[in-house]
Design a protein around this ligand. Structure first.
Ligand SMILES: [Mg+2]
Length: 320
């Protein structure tokens, strides 16, 4: 399934495919992986398939002068794993299509794969196929993650009801705040921000689904205000959240501004609704109640002064 680029098969590209093939490994769900025309996947009896696809584009999602290649690889796969997490699913296999311009050093690609495959190993998700090609300029990667969930149990965005609690995992705004610092030409060390090591909350998503305590869920890729608006829209309800309750991330030792936590994307935490009281820690991850769903439509933010104001959905735009 890992195909060859059209034209000359350069040694580097051959090596790349061999490398992926060696490192990819198998898994219970992969009947046949790299080396045939298609991968053959086995879904456990009584399960439904989940499929998600996400771009990682140089200049849009990362910059080579800001992001080490391993981080780009990790973040690329995290985008897919996080979508599976948001459905309460189990990731089963990943597929990578990678287009790289001729002037990109082989070393960069090797390190990108190291990051991606290292994370795949952590989650026991085999890389079961993909494609490589030469791009006109820069690097473009597309990750596909296939997962599964017991029939009828996928957690959708459309299940929220008025009166239910709104929860988030982890801390928010760290990724956008780190990017903002980089844009101001300030240094951000890798250890200073989750931006460089995002965690797909697969175990949390599964725990919530198994316990039957989650009515709707989404992963925070566009930012809290935008992703909460998606739940409101799909569930035909409104929401109000308390500014002071939102768990803010830190960059270094400094807590990020509220705006980053409200509107900053790329945190890959989970946002979900529940009629039940959910523990403050699930699968080792902090869980915080930030508000409730309302019958009246639209979103409102309750400030420290107790005043309600309209909360617009304003998502994060990468690097702009
Ligand atoms: Mg998503």
């Amino acid at each position: 399934v890992i195909g060859m680029p059209r034209g000359d098969k350069k040694l580097g590209e051959k090596k790349l495919i061999q490398r992926i093939r060696r490192a990819a490994g198998g898994g219970n769900s992969v009947v046949a992986g790299i080396g045939d025309d298609c991968a053959v996947l086995r879904v456990p009896p009584g399960h439904e398939m989940l499929v998600t696809t996400d771009f990682t584009i140089e200049g849009v999602h990362f910059r080579r002068d800001w992001h080490p290649p391993e981080v780009v690889g990790r973040r690329c796969l995290t985008r897919g794993l996080s979508d599976i997490a948001a459905m309460g699913g189990e990731p089963r296999a990943a597929f990578l299509s990678l287009a790289v311009a001729g002037d990109i050093p082989q070393k960069w690609v090797d390190r990108f794969l190291e990051g991606l495959l290292g994370l795949a190993k952590e989650f026991r998700v085999p890389l079961a196929g993909g494609d490589t090609a030469q791009s006109m300029e820069g690097i473009q990667a597309d990750i596909v993650v296939v997962g599964s969930v017991p029939k009828g149990e996928a957690v959708l965005r459309s299940g929220a009801n008025a009166g239910e609690h709104i929860y988030v995992t982890g801390e928010l705004g760290g990724s956008a705040a780190a990017l903002a610092r980089l844009m101001e030409s300030k240094a951000v060390r890798a250890g200073d921000s989750q931006h460089f090591r995002p965690q797909a909350r697969v175990a949390v998503g599964q725990w919530l689904r198994r316990r039957g305590v989650v009515s709707s869920m989404i992963d925070l890729s566009d930012g809290l205000s935008t992703d909460l608006a998606h739940i409101c829209e799909e569930s035909h309800v409104g929401a109000e959240i308390q500014a002071q309750a939102i768990p803010r991330a830190r960059v270094g030792k400094t807590f990020v501004d509220l705006d980053f936590a409200l509107h900053g994307g790329d945190d890959y935490e989970l946002l979900f609704t529940s009629a039940a009281a959910v523990p403050s820690e699930v699968a080792g991850v902090r869980v915080t109640r930030i508000g409730r769903m309302t019958r009246s439509s639209g979103m409102r933010l309750i400030g420290a002064d107790g005043r309600r104001r309209r909360l617009p959905a304003s998502g994060w735009e990468h690097f702009r």
